[in-house]
Write a protein that binds this ligand. Sequence first.
Ligand code: ADP
Length: 190
Amino acid sequence: MLNIVIFGPPGAGKGTQSKMIIEKYKLMHLSTGDILRAEMAKKTPLGMEAKNLIEKGDLVPDEIVNKMMKKKIEENADQRGFIFDGFPRTPEQAEALDKMLAEIGSGISVMISLEVDEQELIDRLLKRAEIEGRKDDNIETIKNRINVYNEVTSRVMNHYKKTGRSRSVSGTGSIEEIFERICRVIDDFA
Ligand code: ADP
């Protein structure tokens, strides 16, 4: 399998790049944010529990997210591979993901970290707010999300650095330019 973690702060372009990567490499896109938003729209118990946390920009507890992802992985173990977007977001989630993949005889091929500076992130998210109207794209929540990224999520990098399977890519420039940079990294690890 080819399993990729696409990593970076909110607004880095993980979702946009993931869509291009799944086309080219025929992978399955697993975005915790998309899955949680779908649960919220359907008003499931999981969605109801996640709603307040997401709207404040806080993390949904590891236990919930891990269980949700384990189910997706098990149901799709016959895929060519996955791209994990928005997951893992804590070192505990990273440990759990390794176990889930080991159980299907696989593992993470590479983690790609998209680097974008903070002011650009804020500008992008505010622009997205006008287009998509996501409730968590307001200035207060955006600042909290970036803070949570800096305090907690950024530590996930160390997990992959230890195994030599992490690469940083500049996330500024045109979408195509960034995609080319990412493909070069994937082709090195594939
Ligand atoms: P972004 O990366 O643009 O902030 P996402 O769509 O990936 O947005 O996630 C939106 C929100 O969903 C997060 O702010 C968080 O509340 C919740 N969430 C998504 N993935 C996770 C995760 N792996 N662990 C905990 N909470 C998560």
